[in-house]
Write a protein that binds this ligand. Structure first.
Ligand code: DQA
Length: 151
């Protein structure tokens, strides 16, 4: 049985209440339920965490190394500022998919650049909460394909 970590960064605990015109009406709990359903149907379990604190997110990334098969990560505004989170992702063997609910490229210029994307497996942007689901589906295929190669 595989394991995926879903990490949400700062202010994402406010989803549902926060700028619904940009981020929609769904909550973090709705996202967790949706991803959990996709994964459990494929014999994968989900660990879901949210923090507003950079150091906490770094600790969770370190702890996930060699424990989970993939990390789905919405780093919120730390995407654009955090060299420390980038180094944390670089320090582990587990692949990370960066997800943004909004289309950051259609917004303010400071959101156009991600410090984390170069050290992630890939990035999904602007597809609303479906981005989390797409990342989960990708991991299911990616991990299974990797296993087949190894066998
Ligand atoms: C976000 C985009 C970031 O620029 C912003 O700071 C967020 C949310 C998104 O999911 O669209 O907090 O990561």
């Amino acid at each position: 049985m595989g394991k995926i970590l879903l990490l949400n960064g700062p202010n994402l605990n406010r989803l549902g209440k926060r700028e619904p015109d940009i981020y929609g009406h769904e909550t973090v709990e709705d996202i967790v339920r949706m991803v959990e359903k996709t994964l459990s149907g494929n014999n994968y379990s989900l660990i879901a965490k949210q923090s507003n604190h950079e150091g906490q997110l770094i600790d969770w990334i370190h702890e996930a190394d060699d424990v989970v098969d993939g990390i789905i990560f919405n780093p919120g505004a730390y995407t654009h500022t955090s060299i420390a989170l980038r180094d944390a992702i670089s320090s582990i063997n587990v692949p990370v998919i960066e997800v943004h609910i909004s289309n950051v490229h259609a917004r303010e210029e400071f959101r156009h650049h991600s410090l984390l994307a170069p050290v992630c497996l890939g990035q999904i942007v602007g597809l609303g909460i479906h981005g989390y689901q797409l990342a989960a589906n990708y991991f299911l295929e990616f991990i299974e394909a990797g296993r087949e190669e190894v066998e």
